[in-house]
Design a protein around this ligand. Structure first.
Ligand SMILES: [Zn+2]
Length: 219
């Protein structure tokens, strides 16, 4: 399957880039888990359609614009395949959430995630390349061999596999705000990161502590 497109193909299939993906996870697989969010206590699925999945992969530099256009064009031609890919991506995400939230404690969660990782790795192949971008940066890219839809999640799954291989699960945490479902890798030196973001959940907690102090009876 040819994924690279001529510039003419790009214009007709360029979708507006979805916003709202958080990048607080510090790892690709955790940012992927965080596409299933809670906002004001309501579950919000940021992967609302196939285009959103492609937008996430562009946002995280897994796909460049050209390959993303190729995927969108292919989805337009094969809508059933695109829908199946999205359903499958959500299934993978659910397994990775279990790994993020319980993997450090639960061997069952690790083994289930391992099965999911090998399921995804087993159904498609990619070749890896290192590309030089126009801005002078080097990036690793994955070029599908065979089924391009099936290969889309391989970079995400490789990132989760690295967490198992490198023994990082003990530092994966869920945000300290119980209403927030975001997960992240705590790579602070003292291992005391509590919030997905200081600017949202961290500040809310700080404000709540401040109010408690104001409400406390004068001693
Ligand atoms: Zn949070």
């Amino acid at each position: 399957m040819e994924v690279l497109l001529s510039p003419a193909g790009r214009e007709t299939h360029e979708a507006p880039r979805a916003t709202g993906f958080s990048r607080v996870g510090e790892r690709l697989w955790l940012d992927f888990v965080n596409t299933d969010e809670a906002r004001r206590g309501q579950r919000v699925d940021l992967l609302r359609d196939f285009d959103a999945l492609v937008a996430f992969l562009v946002d995280t530099a897994v796909l460049d614009d050209e390959r993303a256009s190729g995927m969108r064009r292919r989805a337009h031609q094969q809508p059933a395949g695109a829908t199946a890919t999205l359903v499958d991506a959500r299934r993978t995400r659910a397994a990775l959430r279990q790994l993020a939230e319980r993997g450090a404690q639960s061997e069952r969660a690790r083994l289930d995630a391992l099965a999911e990782i090998n399921r995804v790795l087993g159904r498609s192949a990619v070749t890896r390349r290192v590309d030089l971008q126009e801005d002078g940066r080097f990036v690793r890219t994955f070029v599908p061999v065979g089924d391009a839809f099936a290969a889309l999640l391989i970079p995400v799954i490789e990132s989760a596999a690295d967490a198992l291989i490198d023994g990082e699960l003990a530092r994966v945490r869920r945000c300290g705000d119980p209403r927030c479902t975001r997960v992240f890798l705590d790579d602070t030196r003292n291992g005391r990161r509590r919030w997905c973001e200081m600017s949202t959940c961290g500040n809310r907690a700080k404000a709540a502590r401040w109010r408690e102090r104001q409400d406390a009876p004068e001693g």
